[in-house]
Design a protein around this ligand. Structure first.
Ligand code: ZN
Length: 283
C-alpha cells in the first residue's frame, strides 16, 4: 500500500494524531526510524474490515482545481465498495457503481459499462448495507425527497449512503465532456454541460449525504447520480419527481482517502475556500 494512503488513513482515524498536528504529509522516508519506540505502523485501519467505510480517491477541491488524471483503477475501487459515485480520468463522464458494476455516463447521456482498467481522479465507494428502508407512495419532488431523507437520518454528523429505487415522473441529469490538457478548472467545464431529461422512467438514484465539515474533501450535503433501470442512460442528478420509490440509507462512520501522487495533485493550490464554486458545479 502506498505511503500517502497509509498516512491519511491514520490521521483520519486517530484523533490524537490530528490534535498533535499530523499534516497528512510524510515527514520523512524513514518514518519508522523517527519513532523507535513505536511498532511499525499498521497500514490497515482497525475498522477496515467494516462495511461502514467510504473509500475515496482524491478530494473534491483537487477536482475543482482541474486535477483530472486518474491514478486508481476501477478494479481496485471495486475491492473497496459495490456502490458509489465519481468521475473518470480526463473528466470523461459521470460514474455510478451499483451492485459492483461501474457505469460510465458519457456526454451523450448514455451509460456504458466501464472496464476495470479505467481510472478515476475522484470517486467515493462503499459496501452498501441498508440501515433504514422506507417506501415512498406519494409524489415527491427533489426538495421534498431531501427533507424526507433528512428525517430518516438520526443526526447530521455522520455520513450516509443513499439508494432510491423508483418510478420517476421526471428526471433531469447532466454529464461532462472529456477534457484535454491543459485542463480547465471544473467551474469552467460545467458552464457548458450537456443535460438530459427523462419522463416516466424507472431507475436508481445512488449517492451520499455528507456533513458540512466535509467541505474541501467531498461534497457537503446531497450528491446524487442516476441510472435508468435498464442501465442505458443517466448522469449527475439535477432534478427529479418521484412517483413511487423504495428509499434505503446506509449510516457510515469511517472514511478512507487515497491521495494522488501525481505532480498535478501535489502542486495544486488546495488552500482556497471553494464553497461557492462547488455550489455552481454541483447545483
Ligand atoms: Zn456528480
Amino acid at each position: 500500500m502506498r505511503k500517502s494512503t497509509m498516512i491519511v488513513a491514520i490521521c483520519l482515524l486517530n484523533l490524537s494524531a490530528l490534535i498533535s498536528g499530523c499534516s497528512g504529509v510524510p515527514s520523512s522516508d524513514n518514518h519508522q526510524e523517527n519513532t523507535p519506540d513505536q511498532p511499525l505502523i499498521e497500514t490497515t485501519p482497525a475498522s477496515y474490515g467494516s462495511n461502514d467505510i467510504i473509500y475515496q480517491v482524491s478530494t473534491i477541491n483537487a477536482l475543482l482545481e482541474g486535477v483530472y488524471d486518474g491514478e486508481t483503477d476501477y478494479g481496485t475501487l471495486k475491492k473497496h465498495g459495490d456502490f458509489g459515485i465519481g468521475t473518470f480520468s480526463g473528466l470523461d463522464g459521470e460514474m455510478i457503481e451499483l451492485d459492483s458494476v461501474i457505469y460510465q455516463i458519457k456526454d451523450d447521456g448514455n451509460a456504458y459499462i466501464a472496464d476495470d482498467s479505467m481510472t478515476t481522479p475522484f470517486a467515493a465507494v462503499t459496501f452498501f448495507d441498508t440501515d433504514t428502508e422506507r417506501l415512498i407512495t406519494e409524489p415527491m419532488n427533489r426538495s421534498q425527497t431531501e427533507e424526507y431523507l433528512a428525517a430518516l437520518m438520526p443526526n447530521r454528523n455522520i455520513m450516509y449512503a443513499i439508494k432510491i429505487n423508483g418510478t420517476f415522473d421526471y428526471v433531469r441529469t447532466r454529464s461532462v465532456p472529456k477534457q484535454e490538457k491543459p485542463y480547465p478548472r471544473l467551474v469552467e467545464v460545467t458552464k457548458d454541460q450537456p443535460e438530459f431529461e427523462f419522463e416516466k422512467v424507472d431507475g436508481v438514484i445512488v449517492g451520499y449525504w455528507l456533513p458540512l465539515y466535509m467541505e474541501g474533501i467531498n461534497v457537503p450535503g446531497y450528491h446524487l447520480h442516476f441510472i435508468t433501470e435498464d442501465k442505458t442512460a443517466g448522469g449527475h442528478l439535477l432534478e427529479f419527481d418521484i412517483s413511487e420509490a423504495r428509499v434505503e440509507i446506509d449510516n457510515t462512520y469511517d472514511l478512507f482517502i487515497e491521495l494522488p501522487e501525481s505532480n498535478d495533485f501535489l502542486d495544486a493550490d488546495l488552500s482556497g475556500n471553494t464553497g461557492s464554486e462547488l455550489e455552481q458545479v454541483e447545483r
